[in-house]
Design a protein around this ligand. Structure first.
Ligand code: SER
Length: 593
């Protein structure tokens, strides 16, 4: 195997797929735009959902990139050798272009020829079939052919080069629905001893590590039903961090050159050695810098809450390690230096990121001591969710930390429901319960959200017509039930103005306007749409969405979609609420009936 620096591995992957006629696309930001059903992008395919469903991608049918991802579901796993919350996923996609044979061959060529992985230590898993969906015998024969080419007589079965699994291991798609299909994963034998006679590639004992996954998306999940998608897509994803750890022959993802400078610094300032805590700090502070770069600040809700939880958890582990004084800024500085060559936004927003992290540490330290002291006092075997909530309310000690501390004491937190009930009673505003926030993300691919997405464009254009050119989208949030748009305006809108805006949107709907887009350079787009709130998330080439004729559109916005094809699909538009969200910022909530 070739011991390469990670930046080189990353580059070789993109170059390899470009040589094989793929176009590179930029990494989307961690926070998905206008899709509240998932807090963070958790796989490379996530931003491509509209295109996997059939929308034409401006760059063609073969795409590649390295996407920054965050998996909230893995927060509690961090601390072992291979789990991380933020990581990069190498991805290549065929949008109804090549299929199983070419996809698997490309993956193997990359690993074996480009990176020097030993084919003798590569294993494959394939889908064994489930209900109406047949066993993936095409992938089996592709794998056999590949192994044969290398002089290996590959067989199917336990302990063999090709191993079959069911839906749990070899089916991929988002819970909420959308494109999905059987997959074929690629594993590498680390050379560690087997865990016993029943050891197999998916047994997670550490002997075999998954290095990549080809998902063959020819199905579509609609509710509980699995239908044909009518297209054959490939979605490949491979964890850069794991691949690099194997190539560099190190013990964990924290010891490769991706994380080593951060990890070493954490070790240096620790008074005691505890690899788990040291890995948690490395991971969590790195994650915090990436999340803040993508526009989030610590708060009590949604992404802001995850960010807060990560920073606070890192601080608590810092205490465990006997680290004295404030330390998160010092670690964050190294994270920024380490990842700026890939994410330039880190360097550009350096001061803001460091300040945000440090402020959170100061705030947390103030309350943590008191909270921990109180918890020590009252922790007993009757400790329940209600008490956890009191500590949370009074000292800001997050539920997860309370749980963790109790666990260390061998105390089980009883009746966690009481925590949620108390929280609900306490808050007038309804908000997502944080329990739901830690699950893996679920993409909202519903038709309704797509409609709201288009309606938001109509609303913004109408507001500009009624109020003037100072209006732009300051924020937006869409669910399958409603849309929400924030924009700058000093005065609240009068009843008359609201009615005018509503009528303009409904006129646009009645006029059955077509929606189309074109791909233009960022500069050209900015000339046409100077009010676009630009950020790093847009590449050099952007999509310009038009509602109505291109020459004289009702609305023109820079956006990634998805959108309906014609405004006539939207139904009736109704503004249900206007709010003042911050000084000079107004919010409108609206529904489609
Ligand atoms: N989406 C698939 C995964 O996350 C492959 O990219 O494994």
């Amino acid at each position: 195997m070739k011991n390469l620096p990670y930046l080189e591995v990353r580059k070789r992957y993109i170059d390899f797929f470009q040589r094989n006629n793929h176009k590179e696309i930029p990494s989307a930001p961690l926070v998905p735009e206008d899709d509240p059903s998932v807090l963070f992008v958790n796989a490379g395919m996530f931003p491509l959902i509209p295109f996997l469903k059939g929308e034409l991608h401006p760059k063609g049918t073969r795409l590649t990139n390295s996407q920054r991802c965050l998996r909230t579901g893995d927060i509690d796993e961090v601390g072992d050798e291979f789990h991380l919350t933020t990581f990069e996923m190498l991805g290549n996609w065929s949008l109804n272009d090549y299929f199983k044979k070419e996809a698997i061959n490309l993956s193997v060529s990359f690993f074996v020829e480009e990176l020097g992985f030993d084919i003798n230590r590569i294993y494959a898993s394939v889908f064994e079939g489930y209900e109406d969906i047949p066993e993936d015998n095409i992938s089996i024969s592709v794998w056999k052919e590949i192994f044969e080419k290398y002089g290996i007589d590959a067989r199917v079965g336990q302990g063999e080069k090709i191993q079959k699994y069911g839906k749990k291991e070899n089916w991929w798609g988002l819970e909420s629905g959308g494109p999905c299909g059987p997959d074929s994963e690629i594993f590498y034998d680390t050379g560690k001893p087997t865990c016993g006679p029943n050891c197999h590639i998916n047994c997670n004992c550490g002997k075999y590590v998954e290095i990549g996954n080809n998902v063959f998306m020819e199905y579509f999940k609609d509710g509980e039903k699995i239908k044909s998608l009518g297209r054959h897509n490939v979605d490949f994803g491979g964890g850069l961090d794991r691949i690099v750890a194997l190539l560099q022959n190190v013990d964990s993802v924290y010891d490769s050159d991706i994380h080593a400078p951060i990890f070493e610094e954490v070790k240096k300032i620790s008074k005691v050695t505890n690899l788990e805590s040291q890995r948690i700090i490395t991971d969590h502070i790195k994650a915090a810098t990436w999340i803040i770069m993508d526009g989030i600040t610590p708060s009590r809700n949604q992404q802001g809450y995850i960010l807060r939880r990560l920073i606070r958890r890192a601080i608590r582990h810092g205490r465990k390690l006997g680290i004295e004084g404030y330390f998160t800024k010092q670690i964050a500085e190294i994270c920024i230096k380490q990842f700026s060559p890939i994410w330039i936004g880190l360097e550009e927003q350096k001061e803001h990121i460091l300040q945000t992290i440090e402020e959170e540490e100061i705030k947390f330290n103030r309350t943590l001591d008191n909270g921990l002291r109180e918890l020590e006092k009252i922790a007993d075997n009757d400790f329940d969710g209600k008490k956890a909530f009191q500590i949370y309310e009074t000292y800001g000690l997050p539920l997860e930390l309370t749980e963790e501390i109790l666990k260390e004491k061998g105390i089980e937190l009883k009746n966690i429901n009481l925590f949620w009930e108390a929280e609900k009673a306490h808050q007038e505003k309804s908000r997502t319960s944080s329990a739901g926030l830690f699950k893996g993300g679920l993409a909202d691919t519903s038709e309704m959200s797509t409609k709201y997405h288009t309606a938001t464009h109509l609303l913004l254009a109408s507001l500009r017509k009624v109020l003037g050119d100072h209006i732009y989208q300051k924020g937006s949030n869409i669910t399958a039930e409603r849309l929400r748009l924030d924009f700058p305006n000093n005065e609240k809108l009068t009843e008359e103005q609201l009615k005018l805006v509503e009528n303009l949107v409904n006129d646009a709907i009645e006029n059955k306007l077509e929606i189309s887009f074109e791909e233009v350079s960022k500069d050209e787009a900015l000339q046409k749409v100077p009010f676009a709130a630009f950020s790093e998330k847009y590449g050099d080439i952007v999509k310009l969405y038009y509602v109505g004729e291109k020459e004289k559109p009702f609305s023109m916005e820079i956006c990634n979609g998805p959108h309906v094809k014609n405004t006539s699909e939207l139904g009736k538009f109704k503004i249900i609420k206007q709010e003042n969200v911050a000084s000079g910022i107004k919010r409108i909530k609206a529904i489609l009936e």
